[in-house]
Design a protein around this ligand. Structure first.
Ligand code: FAQ
Length: 337
């Protein structure tokens, strides 16, 4: 059992004692394990295993990248929204996604990652973003389907992350989930309006759901027996549930909602299983998922090209903001303090 003094030292030191100091390493590890076991938070200044830090940077960066790449498919419809009201809602939603990216890159920075480096890894394909954003938005109804299904899947995955063992990530998720929940409702409301509209509008809504359903199920990641990181991430309480568990939960939520929308889900095997207390569903095309991850989805190339162009075109904004901050900090004496 670690002493209180050792506990404090271990919790507030960025690295584990002197090189070769096995006792200190041991104590730090025990304090870390005890903190996680007690469902307390690991904070940026606490000691943590290198692999825990690396896993968090990987997941948070991938999450941040998904938020900013995820702006593209919906932004595609801002200029063609069917009314001023719909345009204002959509602009606010896309802007929210940029904000989520910001919280998440900031959370990654608390682990020692550099934002510039993370963006470079995204642009050069060394870090991933969610598979879902490699599909095209072909009609206005896709905006509704993304809100309902993609934001719905995101919330199902992210609500448990509010209890993630790493403090800054968990706290960022609280706000993100509140906003995603609003996004999900606007998507549902949009689809409901189309579903109850003309025959053509109903068909458009159904077509969008048909195209987004299976990719939304893939968002939860590979099946549990193929998930490389789940076991360790769950032991560290970064992830609280497995990929398949969350996928099942999402299907259970969506089936009654689809019925209320007057739309069907494109799966003939979808059926309530009394014994399991869940819906059974058909096989997911994991070959498609793997192809999308390899860069062969319908929009992978377009998404990265557009992201890089936006980054290059925005260089002057970043430079101006940095110059302003430097000038401001000199004037207020922050630099001398
Ligand atoms: N796409 O061992 P696991 C949103 C990768 S936010 C791409 O199971 P893990 C908001 C995985 O990284 C959506 N890659 O991995 C919004 C790993 O590869 P690596 C994003 C995927 O980390 C809405 C490999 O497969 N949400 O939508 C995917 O334990 C509307 C093995 O997988 C998050 O990022 C995938 N779908 O579990 C924005 C949530 N799935 O890294 C705009 C946080 C797996 O070894 C509009 N992340 N991979 O090269 C997580 O919860 C987890 O990272 C999982 C994957 C569950 C995604």
């Amino acid at each position: 059992m670690a002493t209180a003094a050792a506990h404090q030292t271990a919790r507030t030191h960025g690295s584990a004692g002197q090189e070769g100091d096995i006792d200190a390493d041991d104590t730090y590890q025990r304090v870390f394990d005890a903190t996680v076991a007690a469902d307390e938070r690991i904070e940026p200044r606490d000691w943590m295993p290198d692999a825990y830090r690396a896993t968090l940077v990987r997941q948070i960066a991938q999450h941040a990248h998904s938020e900013i790449i995820g702006m593209q498919p919906e932004a595609n419809w801002i200029t063609r929204a069917p009314s001023l009201r719909r345009k204002a809602i959509l602009m606010a939603k896309v802007q929210d996604e940029a904000g989520h990216g910001l919280y998440l890159y900031s959370a990654a920075e608390t682990l020692g990652a550099s934002r510039e480096d993370l963006l470079d890894k995204l642009h050069t394909g060394r870090q991933k973003y969610s598979s879902i954003f490699n599909y095209p938005t072909l009609t206005w109804a896709d905006v509704g389907a993304i809100g309902w299904l993609v934001d719905g899947a995101a919330i199902t995955n992210q609500v448990p992350l509010c209890r993630c063992s790493y403090g800054p990530y968990a706290r960022a998720m609280v706000r993100v989930c509140k906003e995603e929940s609003f996004h999900q409702r606007q998507g549902y409301e949009l689809l409901l309006a189309l579903s109850r509209g003309t025959t053509e509008q109903h068909a458009m809504a159904q077509d969008a759901v048909d195209r987004w359903w299976w990719p939304s199920l893939m968002m939860f990641g590979p099946p549990d027996d193929e998930s490389a990181h789940s076991a360790q991430s769950m032991a560290w309480k970064i992830k609280r549930h497995s990929n398949d568990e969350l996928r099942r939960r999402f299907v259970d939520i969506c089936v009654p909602q689809a019925e209320s929308l007057g739309l069907t889900l494109p799966d003939p095997d979808l059926k309530w299983n009394e014994e399991r207390g869940h819906y059974d569903f058909g096989p997911i095309d994991w070959t498609e998922f793997k192809e999308v991850l390899k860069g062969n989805g319908p929009c992978n190339e377009q998404r990265i090209t557009q992201r890089k162009a936006a980054h290059d075109e925005g260089a002057w904004v970043r430079e101006s903001a940095a110059a302003y901050a430097a000038k401001h900090s000199t004037r207020t004496g922050v630099e001398q303090a």
